[in-house]
Write a protein that binds this ligand. Sequence first.
Ligand code: FAD
Ligand code: NAD
Length: 498
Amino acid sequence: PSDQQEPGPDKKTLVVLGSGWGAVSLLKKLDTENYNVVVISPRNFFLFTPLLPSCTTGTIEHRSIMEPLRNILRHKKAAVKFYEAEATKIDHEKKVVHISDDSDIKGDISQTEVPYDMLVVAVGATNATFGIPGVREHSCFLKEVGDAQAIRKKIMDCVETATFKDQSPEEIERLLHMVVVGGGPTGVEFAGELQDFFEEDLKKWIPEITDKFHVTLVEALPNVRNTCWIPEVLGRIADNCFKVLPMFSKTLIDYTEKVFNDEKITVRTKTMVKKVTDKTIEAEVTRPDGSKSLEIMPYGLLVWATGNAIRPVVRDLMSRIPAQKNSRRGLAVNEYLVVDGTENIWALGDCSSTKYAPTAQVASQEGAFLARLFNSMAKTQILEEELNRLSELKVAASDQEEYTRLEAQVQARGKQLGRVKQMGAFEYTHQGSLAYIGSDRAVADISWLNGNFATGGGLTYLFWRSAYLSMCFSTRNRILVVVDWLKAKIFGRDVSRE
Ligand code: FAD
Ligand code: NAD
């Protein structure tokens, strides 16, 4: 709105890099009138990643889980500047960020520098490929909107090409083999969504592919990854060796086993992909006796979900700060999220290295913490200035009455300042893990009172839906997601290839 306060020259410049979970949570709670806030991100929207796997099959349209950053910023009390650009270099000595507009349309100036007094790095992470040959060239990732769109397009391309006239049986089998590499939550959720798409729509619309369409989940570890407990359960099923985790009920594990068996998703654990070509993956399989063999798996679609790697701009900054030498996962930070080796740079979310998992839950709590920290820093400054002014007035007081009044004010401000300065370090509160596992079933591990509450099934699926719906950024997002769910239920998913 036009009544937004304009930035003031007396205020510090706070630059925020990113528009994801961490940055947006910070911006939501930040009192922007205290700083000249500048946001820089190549993406001018916030993306609700938990529902991204649903966009790969058209259960949800991608725009339903995007919220324009401009809409978020226009509701702030004081104006916030936004530059759609990528930070290419952070010069922590000169206190400037080099930025580059990498979008299709560029003006006369597409590269420049932005100075900062305070900097928040919330650029997330990129996809890990471990330098495995062929991965970047031939597989799809699942991190951004464009990735989900590419997968959706490729699924249908594989199906239509498989049904092309005179296609050989081997080629049909290859084209309809959908391989997901990485048994973390991303891989598991995508595999579940894909199998749903096949069972609920593709099979009905294109019956000739019924016996050929096949989803395989490949995981290097003996168990599908235990970043959240669901894949752990899944891996145990695959290995056929149930070591019941003490925190999960046997009933729940039996239930999950049944769901995965019913879904007919093949889980290949102890299978490490070593090379990818345009039509095959080469994987090293460890047999039960410990011997290893090389296996070649033909595929039509390959989705690579092997976790996070550090973004180049972060890696570059780390390489120039000696205190970051031993950090492997991202920017090492202290308990106030200040980047080790710097004084005025904070990092949060997937680009930082903390004892917490790289999740949206952690990033958004860190963002909210930083907003409180910055709000209280600004308040501290205001109170300190006022305290100084009052103390000077007190010294110059003309009579005892004025002196006593000012003394009382100094005392009150001093106490206020003490309270504001008392802000504790960041502490994460785990609310639980939720994951969709396909065929209208979800599993949940909820932190409740002092324990854990684990549940799975159709009711949990309703819980999953309502929880994610309530977590969506805006009412607009919520309505769009509900409409998408209804559309998919009533008319089936749209199989047109855009
Ligand atoms: P992001 O949300 O990734 O945001 C990074 C931002 O930085 C983006 O706006 C990006 O455009 C911007 N950026 C990138 N490079 C630059 C640059 N050079 N300069 C400036 N800006 C830049 N977590 C959960 O807790 N629950 C879930 O259910 C869940 N589901 C997920 C499903 C999927 C498919 C994926 C991929 C992740 C999921 N996660 C989930 C993990 C969660 O999305 C991440 O942990 C979270 O997004 C991290 O937040 P962030 O702010 O650090 O990074
Ligand atoms: P991840 O790191 O959790 O899992 C990646 C998996 O890929 C690992 O199990 C690893 O062993 C495997 N892998 C690596 N290289 C391989 C190879 N060459 N061959 C075969 N397997 C290989 O990654 P993710 O699933 O993308 O998750 C990233 C983060 O996002 C995690 O913190 C996760 O908790 C979070 N997330 C959470 C949810 C949810 O809560 N529902 C959903 C998605 C992501």
